[in-house]
Write a protein of this length. Structure first.
Length: 296
């Protein structure tokens, strides 16, 4: 009975969203996107689309999403939003990070990306425009992928902090006590494989079109670059996502090394009490701010 009730609720929610969508104006970008997608299908093989298309989406998304955080360091006004203001970015650290990223992207992640075509063939995942899911289905699928990846990340990330193995693998990622956006994928090759595996679980569960691969890549990069940005910028649209952790939550993990292990959401840390030090830190900050206001 409970399962049937859940299915009925989901079906009702889907019909409600579909009904609302029917009243929304046509997306002016849909036709150009459709033309570009069909052009891609007509001029490139599925292997080229799955492999090189995925690589281009990943590299372009990663470095474009890093641009705002990179530019913020040169804008004095944005420094008030920097979380650890006593630890500014340096060219030396950013260059070191960039070199490691190139190695990880092309020698660790690219071989994995090369398996994308065989994955889509094995599970008979379509590429055609006509079979592409609607935008709200993609949003729901990406949220589902995020929930799954977040659970994987919490438990494996916490394991990587175990004192017996921390110095061999995860310590590389913690070289930067004050993170910056480009550092999101700065990690030991083994960590890239271990934590990166969580990315693919949601794909296996939800993927019904190749577009989800790319949509989930963009969503995941947007999240991880944001939480590593080192800036807590107001009016960040990602803060509208329920239980979203955000930059301040993950920045504390880099500063404190203990607690706040989840990647996207706050619920696992809340359930297991691994956010207790963060909560105490926030309460201490509030008290200090109140005292400062009273003295002023």
């Amino acid at each position: 009975m409970a399962v049937n009730d859940s299915v009925n609720i989901l079906n009702s929610a889907y019909l409600a969203v579909e009904y609302i969508d029917s009243f929304l104006p046509d997306n002016p970008l849909q036709q150009p996107f459709k033309n570009a997608w069909n052009y891609m299908l007509d001029n490139y093989t599925k292997f080229q689309i799955a492999t090189w298309g995925s690589l281009i989406v990943h590299e372009a998304s990663y470095f474009l999403l890093c641009v705002p955080g990179f530019v913020f360091q040169f804008i004095p006004y944005m420094q008030k939003y920097k979380i650890q203001q006593d630890k500014p970015e340096t060219w030396e650290k950013q260059w070191k990070c960039f070199k490691t990223l190139l190695f990880n992207h092309f020698f660790i992640q690219l071989p994995l990306i090369c398996g994308t075509y065989y994955f889509t063939e094995y599970f008979n995942i379509p590429y055609e425009w006509e079979e592409m899911p609607r935008w709200y289905v993609l949003v729901a699928q990406c949220f589902g992928c995020a929930v799954i990846e977040d659970a994987w990340h919490y438990f494996l990330h916490r394991l990587l902090h175990h004192k017996r193995i921390y110095k061999y693998i995860h310590k590389v990622h913690h070289e930067f006590v004050a993170p910056f956006g480009m550092q999101a994928e700065y990690a030991h090759p083994l960590e890239t494989l271990i934590l990166g595996a969580g990315f693919f679980i949601g794909i296996v569960v939800f993927c019904n079109h190749v577009i989800l691969l790319w949509a989930w890549v963009i969503c995941r990069l947007m999240e991880t670059i944001d939480v590593h940005s080192g800036y807590d910028v107001p009016l960040n649209p990602l803060h509208l996502v329920p239980f979203y952790a955000g930059a301040r939550f993950h920045d504390f993990h880099h500063m404190n090394f203990i607690g706040n292990y989840a990647s996207t959401f706050t619920w696992w840390d809340r359930i297991f009490g691994t956010d207790s030090q963060f909560i105490a830190y926030k309460e201490k900050e509030k008290k200090q701010q109140l005292l400062t206001k009273k003295k002023a």
